[in-house]
Each structure stands twice: as C-alpha cells, then as structure tokens.
Design a binder for this molecule. Structure first.
Ligand SMILES: Nc1nc2c(ncn2[C@@H]2O[C@H](COP(=O)(O)OP(=O)(O)O)[C@@H](O)[C@H]2O)c(=O)[nH]1
Ligand SMILES: [Mg+2]
Length: 257
C-alpha cells in the first residue's frame, strides 16, 4: 500500500451531489427535492445528456428557483461514466471538496446520504453498499440481484479487492481521492466505471469504507442498463485481473492500469 492512506482526514468542506440523467423527467424534481431537504447545505449538479424527454429543461427550472441547484448540459448520450467525469471536473473547478454520486431514479435514498458523509469523515471514499451486513434491496427482480452479487464476487476474485459492493453507484469521494486515483484515465461506461474507481482508490492506498444502504428499485422511467454494459464489465475486469497479476510477477507496484 502507498502511504496516502496513513494521513489524517481533514474536515469535509463543501459537498456536491452529482445526479446523472438520461430521460428522468418523472424523477428529477422529487429526487432533487429530497436531496435538498435531507442535506440542506449540499449543492446538487444535474448532469444531463440532452434527454429527449426534457429532463434538462426541468432541471433548469429547479436551478432557477434554488441557488443550490446547478445543471450541466451535455451534447448527447455518452454514458454514465462520461457524465460523472464531467460532473467531477465541474465540481472541482467550482470549489467543492466532496463529490457524491447518486442515481436520479430514487434507488439511492437521499435520506441515507448523511450516513455516507459521516463515514467519509474518516475515509477517502464512502460507498453505499447493498451487500454488507445491514444493506438490502427492495423490489429488485431476483435476476438483477444475482447479476449484481455475481458481478461483485467476480470482481473481488479477479481483482483481489475486499469491497463487497464493487459496482455500487451511491458514493461520496473526497476531491483529493478523485485527483489522486487518476480519474481521467477511467475509460469505462456503466458498472465498470464504478469498479475501476474502486480498484484505483484501493491501489492508490486510499481508505475505502462501505456503509449499508437500502437500495430501492425505480418506480418511474426505464433502466438504461444494457447487455453491452454488462459485457464491458466482464471483459474489462478479466483484463485488469490478468494485468494486475502480470505486474505483480514483474515486481511493479502501480496496479492501476
Ligand atoms: N447523463 C447520463 N446519465 C445516464 C446515462 N445512462 C444512465 N444514466 C443515469 O444513471 C443513473 C442510473 O441509471 P439506471 O438506468 O437507473 O441504471 P440501473 O440502476 O443500473 O438500472 C440514472 O440516473 C440514469 O438516468 C447516460 O448515458 N448519461
Ligand atoms: Mg436505476
């Protein structure tokens, strides 16, 4: 382990909650309202990929009425990872110290964010986890649960990471963590994006903690999860696993690439 993990953790500072959206018109207003009431001091950034259903316009209305709400309009659908990277850069450039990831569809309950932020006080990355004791999922089809649990186990085995919920998308990062783990080299899309952030944070020596959450399946709108996103995760994790082993055999220390 690198020695970055040994340093003391400073106060959290300014918090930004990034919500990536693609066709979330039915969800965007309630989720932003819930974040604003659960963590009133936090700011919200909606990172919208020019949703055809007008989500971006609705978000503009929220931003007009509330100086804690901001909108990042992107040209078109480029995937969750690209939207988050743009959001992280926006947040860092605008002076935020903590960058949170949260889905728009209500699966990540804003009311649980204070627990993530409390955990981050003594960590570099806090992950809202379904698969640690106390974590659970509500209304999720058995097939999705098996895919998620299987994906985490597969990644743990191949990458040798201890994290139980490697693909989790409810997270709070310190700014220094994102800068230190080399976020601009994260090339992945959906689940893979989250797995890559996790393995890079651990390989860099950052302290990663998991906080149990209750993940609630969306009631409105459609999932953007696809076969391609799963396939990408399967091959990339296998490639990283092999790469890490080769590097270990060659005696290299940096296992991030
Ligand atoms: N900006 C942006 N957001 C996206 C994209 N794909 C998914 N999202 C958002 O990412 C979050 C999680 O997506 P979701 O479809 O719920 O995935 P699932 O929970 O794995 O089924 C939601 O807020 C989506 O609107 C994308 O290409 N661009
Ligand atoms: Mg979802």
């Amino acid at each position: 382990m690198n020695d970055v993990g040994q340093r003391a953790h400073g106060p959290l500072g300014k918090v930004l909650v990034i919500i990536p959206t693609y066709n979330e018109a039915d969800n965007i207003e309630p989720i932003v309202a819930r974040v604003r009431s659960a963590v009133p001091q936090a700011h919200v950034l909606v990172a919208d990929d020019n949703s055809p259903d007008g989500t971006g316009k609705l978000a503009d209305g929220l931003a007009h009425d509330d100086d804690h709400v901001h909108v990042l309009h992107r040209k078109g659908k480029e995937g969750l990872g690209a939207a988050y990277l743009a959001g992280f850069h926006w947040g860092i450039d605008n002076g935020y110290d903590v960058l949170c990831e949260m889905d728009a569809d209500g699966s990540h309950q804003p009311e649980e964010l204070p627990r993530l932020l409390t955990a981050l006080k003594n960590a570099d990355l806090a992950i809202g986890s379904r698969w640690v004791t106390g974590g659970r999922v509500v209304n999720w089809p058995k097939s999705r649960e098996m895919l998620s649990r299987g994906g985490s186990t597969y990644s743990r085995l191949l990458l040798g990471v201890p994290t139980r919920d490697v693909t989790a998308g409810y997270r709070a990062f310190r700014k220094e963590t994102l800068l230190g783990l080399g976020m601009d080299d994260v090339a992945s899309q959906g689940y893979c994006f989250q797995i890559d952030l996790t393995r890079r944070a651990l390989a860099t020596g950052y302290k990663v903690v998991e906080v149990p959450i209750t993940f609630v399946e969306r009631e409105r709108g459609d999932s953007k999860m696809s076969r391609d996103i799963v396939a990408e995760a399967v091959w990339r994790v296998a490639a990283w696993g092999v790469g890490d082993r080769v590097q270990r055999v060659m005696g290299r220390r940096d296992t991030r690439r």
